[in-house]
Design a protein around this ligand. Structure first.
Ligand code: 13P
Ligand code: SF4
Length: 389
């Protein structure tokens, strides 16, 4: 008996999950003008290949390590957020930069590329929950508080790449720098040469892990600023005494790993090496054997001897790909409950095909543009990062 597969219709549940149009701002990306191919279309790979070939050198596709395999196969370059920012800046001849990653990365690419270049994010719903945890108004309120206390002149703001362009703009306007997980120590070294304190946004874990494990600061030197509490939940004395004022933000993917996951895998796999991303909690990083950015993790796994066992605490697409690429090594996910980054995963092959075919047709879909004033100051903070020794 033969049966024909048909695309499932929208169910009331799916519509409920999408908000049924009640909050369009939170539903960005659910609507793609034109025809979004069906995931079941057997020609998706051929269509993406043909569209990319038709665009030739006019398009450059960047792929973050957390992207799906179906997407990463079309990336001209893959990398962590630092490498991708540099790659975007180094391609002035590409008319279109298609960013297979998340919104804050595409914003940074727009800031670092020329005004003639257009940056495209195949699905506008590919945001980042960590970046959303620092909103400009909240950060300005905190800064006003520091000003009232008379300590703002001692503070250098440092923001993780995983933040919106307007947070980067705030940091650039106030003499700070952007950092990524691969240069956080160098950024903090630089910041402590400019001032006595650092205001670190938005990832408390990267800030704490770098300060305590790489710079010799103590946990007591760090305070946690909670934007949802009056005065950040801190006394004037705590703010005056602190060396690191950490914003209360975190990654919902890396926040899942626990010391218990480390203990459990060590028990189950004798001799296992535990390697984690610095967005993991402090106690998890302490319990691990190695810590580093996605690029660092990839290099460590590539260099590892055959037969060695690795439990990796980062996003699942990357861990799965590394396990498939190195069948001679035992590479496994650190936690038993698998976890993808849901927003990274929004970029799938149908959205990539749609974006490329729109470009072929002469339309620029989902262009990411940062307003000139924000871009000007964000660029100051990004250029400062790119100039770090
Ligand atoms: P890196 O690419 O800097 O390692 O960051 C990981 C991440 O969470 C990106 O969203
Ligand atoms: Fe944001 Fe975490 Fe996803 Fe990276 S992995 S995009 S920090 S939610």
């Amino acid at each position: 008996m033969t049966s024909t597969w048909t695309e499932p219709a929208n169910t009331p549940l799916a519509l409920l999950l999408l908000g049924q149009g009640t909050d369009p701002a939170s539903e960005r990306g659910v609507d793609c003008p034109g025809d979004l191919p069906a995931p079941s279309d057997p020609d998706l790979v051929a269509r993406a290949t043909a569209a990319k070939a038709a665009l030739g050198d006019r398009v450059f596709v960047l792929g973050h390590h957390y992207q799906r395999d179906e997407v990463i196969q079309f990336a001209d370059v893959t990398g962590d957020s630092f490498k991708l920012a540099r790659e975007a800046a180094a391609r002035p001849d590409a008319e279109f930069i298609v960013f297979c990653g998340v919104h804050f990365m595409a914003e940074s690419a727009d800031i670092l590329t020329t005004s003639a270049q257009k940056v495209v994010l195949p699905d506008l719903a590919a945001g980042c929950s960590m970046a959303d945890m620092a909103v400009l108004g909240q950060v300005e309120t905190a800064w006003d508080q520091f000003t009232d206390l008379g300590i703002e002149g001692d503070i250098v703001p440092v923001t993780y790449m995983n933040s919106s362009a307007d947070i980067k703009g705030f940091v650039g306007r106030n003499g700070g720098v952007v950092c990524t997980s691969s240069n956080a120590k160098r950024a903090l070294d630089w910041a402590f040469e400019q001032g006595q304190k650092v205001f670190f946004l938005p990832d408390q874990h990267l800030g704490r892990n770098t300060a305590v494990l790489e710079m010799g600061l103590t946990l007591d030197d760090c305070v946690l600023y909670d934007p949802h509490k009056p005065n950040g939940g801190l006394t004037a004395e705590q703010l005056r005494d602190a060396k690191m004022i950490l914003w209360r933000g975190h990654c919902s993917v890396h926040g899942r790993f626990t010391v218990e996951s480390v203990r459990e895998v060590r028990e189950r796999v004798p001799g296992v090496n535990v390697i984690v991303h610095p967005e993991c909690r402090h106690e998890v990083v302490r319990a691990a054997d190695q810590v580093g950015s996605t690029e660092y993790i990839i290099k460590a796994l590539e260099a590892a001897p055959a037969g060695s066992a690795w439990a990796v605490g980062t996003e699942l697409n990357l861990v799965r790909r590394m396990a498939l690429e190195h069948p001679d090594k035992r590479i496994m996910f650190l936690d038993r409950a698998v976890c993808y980054c849901s927003t990274m995963n929004r970029i799938d092959l149908p959205h990539l095909v749609w974006a490329l075919e729109e470009l072929v047709a002469g339309r620029v879909p989902n262009q990411i543009t940062v307003d000139p004033d924000t871009a000007k100051y964000a660029r100051v903070a990004l250029d400062q990062m790119l100039a770090l020794p």
